[in-house]
Design a protein around this ligand. Structure first.
Ligand code: UT7
Length: 332
């Protein structure tokens, strides 16, 4: 049987920075409120002419280079995004694949909001373990600034842009293998976090467009409570099912939505400060890109070594959630 190994990580962060002070001139908020309630200090915003695929390509090129695997061997590209280049088609994954010159690799997007990267990981694992694919490029890329309402202080303070990517490859060495990936969803909470207009549920018309047809809306406080409850349960379950103690986790890399959520889940697992990766202060919430961007920071700091065990967790619109137990397994 083939196993799936997490070979490499890469990320791209756009240059422009939007600080809490900048936002305090745009909506009725303060640096103090944002810092205290979210832990966010700043977020990066893509240039006007910079598309989600452009950011995805930069992150993916790094991930491929670091994997040591020839680009021609990539046989599938999956992009997790809720801010695609185009609303319906072509998928952002096909654009990324073509810009990278990956030939006719299978390419498609998935929509699982902030859990998107964990979902792509589960798909990559399943395709590799079934023997259908050998080297899967997974990308989380978001230009959330394009679907953010900068008059809504409940959401605009949270989100940022960026991309992260990883190469997952077949191996016959079980010690290198992704141990487990959990994914789940519950549409009964769909109205907590959504882009209500623009789809067949509420088609665009000229009025919608003026009002910002595709902007995100969130019931923040309710989402917060479900996030803490769901994530805590899910990460405890994945550890128990795999008989792994939280002390064995070298890097706990949660989705970076709000420092208070990260802290609550970390505390429930009795994680030390050293185990918990926190990048929310500088990137804000970048949805499907947040976990690989955070992981890339650890990698670039020289702190992600071969064999070290990572625990990932995420929660987002849908509602969706997921977690994963992943040893970092670069090609030796
Ligand atoms: O990534 C996907 C999943 N997303 C999440 O998990 C995000 C979850 N939610 C959150 O992170 C938090 O709920 C928020 C950061 C969005 C809000 O924090 P909160 O502590 O839940 O605040 P709240 O919504 O309960 O609002 C408290 C007060 C309200 O005023 P009143 O009614 O008490 O007078 C809000 O109007 O804070 C007010 N408020 C603000 N004040 C200053 C809301 N947003 C702001 C703001 N600046 N930006």
């Amino acid at each position: 049987m083939a196993y799936a190994a997490f070979r490499s990580i890469g990320a791209y962060v756009p240059e422009k920075i939007l600080t809490n002070d900048d936002l305090s001139h745009m909506v009725d908020t303060t640096d103090e409120w944002i810092t205290k309630r979210t832990g966010i200090k700043e977020r990066h915003i893509a240039a006007d002419n910079e598309r989600t695929s452009d950011m995805g390509v930069k992150a993916a090129a790094l991930a491929i280079e670091r994997s040591g695997i020839d680009a021609s061997k990539i046989d599938m590209v999956i992009c997790a995004t809720i801010s695609p280049d185009y609303f319906c088609m072509p998928s952002t994954a096909t654009i990324i694949s073509t810009k990278l010159g990956l030939g006719n690799a299978t390419a498609f997007d998935i929509s699982a909001a902030c859990t998107g990267f964990v979902y792509t990981l589960s798909i990559a694992k399943a395709f590799i373990e079934s023997g259908m694919k050998k080297n899967v490029l997974i990308v989380g890329a978001e230009k959330l600034s394009s679907i953010t309402d900068y008059t809504d202080r409940g959401t605009c303070i949270l989100f940022g842009d960026g991309a992260g990517a990883a190469v997952i490859s077949a191996t016959d060495n079980k010690d290198e293998a992704i141990i487990d990936v959990h994914t789940g969803a519950d549409g009964t909470y769909a109205d907590l976090l959504m882009t209500p207009n623009g789809g067949t549920g509420s088609p665009h018309d000229s009025l919608d467009q003026e009002a910002g047809a595709c902007f995100m809306q969130m019931k923040g406080n309710e989402t917060f409570k479900v996030a803490v409850r769901t994530l805590t349960k899910d990460v405890i379950e994945i550890l128990q099912e795999n008989e792994i103690e939280s002390s064995a986790i070298k890097h706990f890399i949660p989705h970076q939505a709000n420092y208070r959520i990260i802290k609550a889940v970390g505390d429930a697992l009795k994680m030390t400060k050293e185990q918990v990766v926190v990048t929310v202060a500088k990137y804000g919430n970048t949805s499907g890109a947040s976990i690989p961007m955070a992981m890339n920071d650890v990698y670039e700091a020289g702190e992600l070594k071969a064999g070290e065990l990572m625990l990932l967790d995420a929660f987002g619109g849908g509602l969706t959630w997921g977690s994963a137990l992943v040893p970092f397994s670069p090609v030796k």
